[in-house]
Write a protein that binds this ligand. Sequence first.
Ligand code: ZN
Length: 191
Amino acid sequence: MVLSVVKYGDPVLRQRGAPIAKLDDALRRLVADMFDTMYSAKGIGLAAQQVGQAVQLAVLDLRGVKDRPSQLWLQGHPADVDAFMPLVLINPVIRPVGDAHEGPEGCLSFPEIYGEIVRPSEVEVSALNERGESFEFRAGGLLSRAIQHEVDHLNGLLFIDRMSTSVRNEVRDEVDQLQAETKKSLGRSRR
Ligand code: ZN
């Protein structure tokens, strides 16, 4: 089921996600709905906060991206990124490694807003999958960037927080307008 994507201005995007303690049918349904929602919105990653749930769950699928490379290492060996998709991260813990790199980012909660963001180029990840099994890997390139973006969401952080002052100033008006529209529509739906 496609859920509606929460836009900037909704307070749930600022909530830190609670760790997931039980992998039950409700969680499996949420994972399936998040994939439906992400594919429908043509996104490559989605955090639970973006569908209104402050829990430690994100989904990713980079198979549609051909122009920005990703790297993956499993037990220290290079592995096929496409074969690793779709990717479910439950209670992920990341450790950034490698040099900082600048790259463009967008976010489904900020339609039409893009900016250059500096992030470490690689990241070591440990998480649970949807069967509750723990797994570890190292990611580079776009996969690393996308995972860091989603894990930020799980901690209530947004890509605008990571923008340099000059990039933030470039998108300030659009972001302020989006926030005002979201707050207005939240006010209407509460009435
Ligand atoms: Zn996002």
